[in-house]
Design a protein around this ligand. Sequence first.
Ligand SMILES: C[C@](O)(C(=O)O)[C@H](CC(=O)O)C(=O)O
Ligand SMILES: [Mg+2]
Length: 315
Amino acid sequence: MCRKLGDMLFRKSRADGAALLREELRRPGIVLVPGVFNALTALMAQQLGFRAVYVSGAAVTASMALPDLGLITLDEMVKTVKYIVDAVDVPVIVDADTGYGEALNVMRAVREFEAVGAAGIQLEDQVLPKKCGHLSGKAVVPPDEMAKKIRAAVEARRSPDFVIIARTDAVGVTGFEDAVERAQLYLEAGADVIFPEALRTEEEFREFARRVKAPLLANMTEFGVSPLIPARRLEEFGYKFVIFPVTALRVAMHAIREVFRAIMNEGTQERWLDKMFTRKELYDLIKYYDYEKLDTEISRHIDNIYKSGRGGRHG
Ligand SMILES: C[C@](O)(C(=O)O)[C@H](CC(=O)O)C(=O)O
Ligand SMILES: [Mg+2]
């Protein structure tokens, strides 16, 4: 009993996220993927039934009070991803920005993310300092440079299931046609999914799907240049994934500001109790009492050993 509980809580065997994500690629229908920035938000998404999560570079860096300019290191991201993968069974898709350097850096990044159990990564074709795809002033690398990174990622993965998502930021820089051409090249280089970043109209979303016959990812980030198109519609266009990368962080920050204001102004949070995740809800989510139970069971197990006289001379 205590072995079983221990295995469950400390996750002796973890789900093969890459295989699960690959499975999604074979199935029809769109997959809704919320952006997460720590293990707790990932667990919440899983509990509600989402079938994958996206570790957003923008949200993770913002949670460190850093701008999303490619400042986060591979190590920092790997650590964050490890906490998340250890907490959930659903596939974890990682925003790996520009791959932390050139082709060789990309290879190392793939190895590291795969080693901690990520299901796949997203690489983008911006130059450093990279920006949020929805801001102006972006620049993109030549297409062959990005294709080389994609190839490097494909070569580096241990499992053929590990999903490589190629994002092109070209639409806002060199234009729609170049984005379509780049997508074809990235697919030839071995990308499994194409992420056309910062499309400007619903028509562009539709047209991109018409022109690029591959699994596609749509980014429904708020306050950017893309219209917010419902998942049903994106599915009709042929999109396979839709991410909501920074939604949870934005909503959480709004709520945090309001409750902090209340505390500052009223000296109490009482008015907020019915808007909170309760202690019970939190403990249920993280299985708090199961950990206590495990500890008690281990103690009981040892007590029994001593009682049965097998405790040696120290008994
Ligand atoms: C998807 C994205 O790369 C992210 O880091 O989540 C960002 C999201 C955002 O800044 O709104 C992006 O560049 O679109
Ligand atoms: Mg990002």
